[in-house]
Design a protein around this ligand. Sequence first.
Ligand SMILES: [Zn+2]
Length: 297
Amino acid sequence: MKLGFIFILFFAVTQMLSVKAINFTDKDSVSIKKGDVLSKTHKKNGVQMINRFDLFLDSINSIIPDTVPFYDWITNDIHFRKFDFSKVKDTLKIVLNDSNDHYTHPFNGKITSEFGKRRWRYHYGTDIDLNTGDSVLSAFNGRIRISTYSKTYGNVIVIRHDNGLETIYAHLSKRLVKIDSIITSGTAIGLGGNTGRSYGSHLHFEVRFFDEALDPRDIISFESCKLHYDTLAISQCNFIYREELKLMNAIKYHRVRSGNTLGHIAIKYGTSITKLCRLNGISRNSILRIGQRIRVR
Ligand SMILES: [Zn+2]
């Protein structure tokens, strides 16, 4: 039942991106609200260029089943994932820089951690060194979707940009903008800090599309604080890192050696005693035998 549903959804998404996107240039098929600036979308080499995501969504709404919130405006959940966008085969081009919008570097500082694999968990953003109190700027025009405190992100702002991308700014000492505020590229949205799961003041910066994390370096040169290109082509290539994730999450065992306790094993594999007990159907007080195989993931 569930699989079938996912298949239908996947099919619908594939269809809408390959077929319906073509209709997008037809302004009649797009409902334009009063006050809307007419989109400057155009086709280049047969690929649909997107710089007004709301209009793009309007144009594809009819194919999405009513029961599936497609790209809802959710202001209380940072990660609202609706489907695995990485499976979409088409390439979408997103306009990052044109007469309506431009990029502003959120903070010019040294990169202290890259997007990618960390010892036992994945790092979905780029860390930029700063001092508590430094201003953090919005990367593009957009609207504040989240302004909250989270245990892991600390004080965090999520901005939905006009081009459909979202950027996340975490560990702030202070949030300067409220949910629903419309802001422009370069607006100070918060002050840098060390809140949440953070060791030392820094900005954790993420770029997402449909809640799928992209390596910010796919878009930005952190050395020159500029975009690589004025457009971003999103395709499965941007999500190859998921293979690495799969490997990380694959089942893994530990062979018990002399002196091993559940506590040691938990630390070694970056997990908890509770999780080890659940995975192996044992209790905290179970005695481990030398040579015993303990599942750690
Ligand atoms: Zn980080």
